[in-house]
Design a binder for this molecule. Structure first.
Ligand SMILES: *[C@@H]1O[C@H](CO)[C@@H](O)[C@H](O)[C@H]1NC(C)=O
Ligand SMILES: *[C@@H]1O[C@H](CO)[C@@H](O)[C@H](O)[C@H]1NC(C)=O
Ligand SMILES: *[C@@H]1O[C@H](CO)[C@@H](O)[C@H](O)[C@H]1NC(C)=O
Ligand SMILES: *[C@@H]1O[C@H](CO)[C@@H](O)[C@H](O)[C@H]1NC(C)=O
Length: 369
């Protein structure tokens, strides 16, 4: 075997090399293209300067003294006097106390990373049942980490939730530098996310980063937020926006969003809503392929150490990922490389399988017609 390998001619070596390069190009090419070329041109005018000025001078005092008008449960003191680096807002459904408990004992339990303060809170709307509300009251009393707004927590009302979250952050946590919005079904690798944020070269006040969705069509909405029935958005495409499973905005961005949000139709999905607000203040979302978006990343220790998030993680996976990320076992360069290759390949295979299943299901439905 070794002998024949050594006897390969130059053109045969070239062929092997070519295949290796092609393999990597196909596997990582999309990420590379997304990361470096997916930058829309920022749009700036006088209005933006005015909005920035308003955002700096926002007066939230009336809201602070009228709390019960906006929130059932609130934690007005949790940020007081602290310099929070990252405020995580986990969008949770009212009845899912077990998932919240799991997050509290795993990735949501971190309060300090590289000397930076981390705060984790849960964002809820109203439950349908009164008994669920009693359970939430108890849970809140015990953990002091629930913010509950006055609207029914339904798929259609997630945009109200994101407005509530933004309002809460600018009112009660004006000294939080970054705000993470994340769904409860996600696993988040906070240490690598914090490391990334600490090394950002852009202006920290203007960060809006996540997995950027490019040129989405308003009327082909089949995402988890539920289809938009009364869509008042009339452009051909949505502006670029960060996928709602997990994204980050800085305090400055949250404040600007809060200044302009009343001009944006509330019927668009929550993540698109923030994207439209961001565009109207001249912000361009930053893409990072380390955010998984809707994709579930197949579990691999070194891959999870590199990625920021993974979607649809089971309770067992969350527990495992959390334990191994904190074990202190570093990944060698080769392990990281191997981990990325294998989890990327498997993730592509999974999405291919899912796509295939989707077409089969659609075909079956067409037959039924
Ligand atoms: C509470 O809200 C009302 C109207 O929404 C406003 O007129 C009033 O000034 C607020 N209260 C305080 C103390 O700011
Ligand atoms: C809430 O806590 C109280 C007192 O600790 C307890 O009596 C009550 O049963 C609890 N309610 C629910 C719904 O868990
Ligand atoms: C959204 O919340 C409002 C306020 O609670 C409620 O009246 C409305 O029915 C909710 N919408 C949906 C679709 O659940
Ligand atoms: C709770 O959250 C998990 C993870 O997202 C999900 O699989 C489960 O269905 C949820 N349960 C309820 C009762 O909402």
């Amino acid at each position: 075997m070794q002998v024949t390998f050594c006897r390969l001619r130059t053109h045969q070596w070239c062929f092997i090399l070519f295949n290796v390069i092609l393999f990597h190009a196909l596997l990582f090419g999309a990420d590379f293209v997304e990361e470096y070329f997916l930058h829309a041109l920022p749009y700036v005018d006088m209005k933006v300067a005015e909005i920035k000025d308003k955002a700096r001078k926002l007066n939230m005092d009336p809201l602070r003294s009228n709390l019960s008008k906006y929130y059932i449960l609130n934690q007005p003191e949790v940020c007081k006097g602290k310099n929070i680096f990252l405020l995580s807002f986990i969008f949770s459904s009212p009845g899912n106390g077990t998932r919240r408990d799991l997050i509290r004992t795993t990735w949501g339990s971190m309060t300090n990373i590289q000397g930076q303060s981390i705060l984790t809170l849960f964002a809820l709307g109203l439950p349908v049942l009164v008994t669920t509300q009693q359970e939430i009251d108890n849970e809140s009393h015990k953990n002091n980490d629930i913010i509950e707004g006055i609207f029914l927590d339904s798929a259609e009302n997630q945009t109200l939730k994101i407005i509530m979250m933004t309002q809460w952050a600018v009112t009660f946590c004006p000294n939080a530098l970054f705000i993470l919005k994340v769904e409860e079904e996600m696993f988040v690798n906070l240490p690598s996310l914090v490391d990334y944020l600490l090394n950002l070269k852009e202006h920290r006040e203007d960060i809006y980063v996540g997995r950027v969705i490019h040129q989405a069509l308003p009327n082909s909405d089949t995402n988890s937020q539920g289809s938009v029935t009364l869509n008042e958005y009339h452009e051909k495409y949505y502006p670029d926006y960060c996928s709602g499973e997990a994204f980050i905005m800085s305090q400055g961005v949250a404040r600007m969003v809060y200044v302009v949000f009343r001009e944006v139709p509330i019927t668009v999905p929550a993540d698109v809503f923030i994207g439209i607000c961001a565009k109207s203040v001249g912000l361009v979302p930053i893409h990072s392929s380390r955010f998984s978006g809707k994709r579930h990343i197949r579990y691999n220790r070194c891959c999870y150490k590199f990625m920021f998030t993974s979607s649809e993680t089971t309770d067992a996976e969350v527990f495992l990922a959390w334990k191994e990320i904190n074990s202190g076992n570093e990944c060698t360069l080769f392990e990281s490389y191997y981990g990325l290759i294998s989890c990327k390949l498997l993730t592509y295979l999974d999405s291919f399988k899912r796509f295939h299943m989707g077409t089969i299901k659609n075909n079956a439905m067409n037959f039924g017609d």
